[in-house]
Design a binder for this molecule. Structure first.
Ligand SMILES: NC(=[NH2+])NCCC[C@H](N)C(=O)O
Length: 337
C-alpha cells in the first residue's frame, strides 16, 4: 500500500469547478508531482517521444527510477517542478498534486512497469465546463496516472462537477477500430464551446473525439485536428494564450490549420523549436499573462508575446521539458474562468 500519511487532504477549495477556455484565468489545477520519475518500458508510445540524447537515456533506463540512475537529472526535474508549483501558489492558484501510485497499479494494465510519469498530469483527464472526464489514453504510460488523482477527481462531485470516465483503453497497445476511442488531455483544447482534439496517429483518435462529442452533447462542437506524427499531442504544436492569438508550429498541420483558428494572429515557430524546446507548451495564467520556459531559444516567442501586450514570466523547465512535456503538459485545470 502507498504511504498516504503525507497525502494532503483532497478538499482544498469549495469553489465551483469550471473551465471556460484555454485562456480563462487559472484559479485551480492539478499539477505534476515532483516526487518520482520512473522511465516507462519502451513501447511504440515511447518511440514517438524519444529523440536525441534523451532518447538514448530512455532506452538505456527503461523501468528504472531516474533518482537512482541519474540523480542530477532527477534533482533538476524535482526542483523545477517544485519551483513552478511554488510560483503558482504564490500567485494565488490552488494547486493539487498527484499521490504516489500503489505498486500494484504501477503494473496496470499489462503486469509490466510502464513507469511513473505523474510529473505531467495533463493527459489522464480533462475539464470542460463543469465536466471532469477521466480519459482513456492510448499511451500505455498514461493509462495508470488517473489512479494517482482519484481522490482529487472524486472530490469535484461535491463542487458542482459532473464526473465521468471514458470507456477504458484495455491492455492492447493500440487499435483504431470502432469502440476503441482514445483521448489524451494534451490533445484536447477548450476554445469556449469549440473543442479541438489533436490526432497524430499515436495518441487521441477520431473514435475518441466521437465519444467526447456524444458525452458533451450539442452545447459543444468537437473537431479533430490532424497533426504531424513527429509530435504526440496538439499542445506540442499549439498554444492559445488569448482568443484570437496562437503560438503555433504551422508546418506541423499537414492538412492546414484548423478552420476555427485559421485567421487568428499567429506567432509561428518551426518544428525544431516546437520539438526540442516545447515552444508551444506554455502555461497560460489568464488572457494577458503567460509562463514561457527560461531557455534562450524561446526568447523570440517571449518577445512576440510581449508585442501583443502579454506579461511574460520565465521559469526554468529544461529538465521536465526534455521528456517532451513542458508547462501545459504539467497541469490540467479544475477552474479557469
Ligand atoms: N500533454 C502532453 N503533451 N503531455 C506530455 C507528457 C509528457 C510525455 N513525454 C508525453 O509525451 O506524453
Amino acid at each position: 500500500m502507498p504511504d498516504t500519511s503525507r497525502t494532503p487532504p483532497a478538499v482544498q477549495s469549495q469553489e465551483a469547478i469550471h473551465v471556460s477556455s484555454e485562456w480563462g484565468a487559472l484559479k485551480e489545477c492539478v499539477y505534476g508531482s515532483p516526487d518520482r520519475w520512473v522511465m516507462p518500458a519502451f513501447y511504440g508510445d515511447s518511440k514517438q517521444r524519444a529523440y536525441g540524447e534523451f532518447g538514448e537515456f530512455w532506452i538505456r533506463n527503461e523501468g528504472r527510477d531516474v533518482a537512482e540512475v541519474d540523480p542530477e537529472r532527477f534533482e533538476g526535474f524535482r526542483s523545477q517542478i517544485q519551483g513552478a508549483i511554488d510560483f503558482l501558489r504564490d500567485s494565488g492558484v490552488t494547486v493539487q498534486v498527484a499521490q504516489e501510485l500503489a505498486p500494484e497499479d504501477m503494473k496496470f494494465p499489462r503486469g509490466e512497469n510502464h513507469g511513473v510519469v505523474t510529473g505531467w498530469m495533463r493527459d489522464p483527464f480533462v475539464t470542460i465546463g463543469n465536466n471532469v472526464i477521466e480519459l482513456a489514453p492510448r499511451s500505455l504510460f498514461h493509462r495508470r496516472q488517473r489512479f494517482a488523482i482519484r481522490p482529487i477527481l472524486a472530490e469535484t462531485m461535491d463542487r458542482g462537477a459532473r464526473y465521468f470516465a471514458q470507456p477504458d483503453s484495455g491492455a492492447v497497445e493500440s487499435r483504431d477500430e470502432p469502440g476503441w476511442g482514445y483521448l489524451e488531455g494534451g490533445d484536447v483544447f477548450v476554445l469556449g464551446q469549440q473543442i479541438l482534439v489533436g490526432h497524430s496517429g499515436g495518441c487521441s483518435n477520431p473514435e475518441g473525439g466521437r465519444w467526447l462529442q456524444h458525452m458533451l452533447g450539442p452545447d459543444y462542437k468537437v473537431d479533430m485536428a490532424p497533426i504531424d506524427p513527429m509530435f504526440p499531442h496538439l499542445d506540442c504544436v499549439l498554444c492559445t494564450p488569448r482568443e484570437g492569438v496562437t503560438v503555433i508550429c504551422a508546418e506541423a498541420f499537414p492538412q492546414g490549420l484548423p478552420d476555427y483558428i485559421a485567421d487568428w494572429d499567429h506567432i509561428v515557430v518551426d518544428k525544431f523549436h516546437a520539438k526540442r524546446h516545447m515552444a508551444c507548451n506554455n502555461l497560460v495564467l489568464d488572457d494577458h499573462t503567460i509562463i514561457v520556459p527560461e531557455a534562450e531559444a524561446l526568447d523570440m516567442v517571449a518577445a512576440e508575446l510581449k508585442k501583443r501586450k502579454f506579461e511574460v514570466i520565465r521559469l526554468p523547465y529544461n529538465y521536465p521539458s526534455d521528456f517532451g512535456g513542458s508547462f501545459r503538459c504539467a497541469h490540467q485545470p479544475l477552474i479557469r474562468v
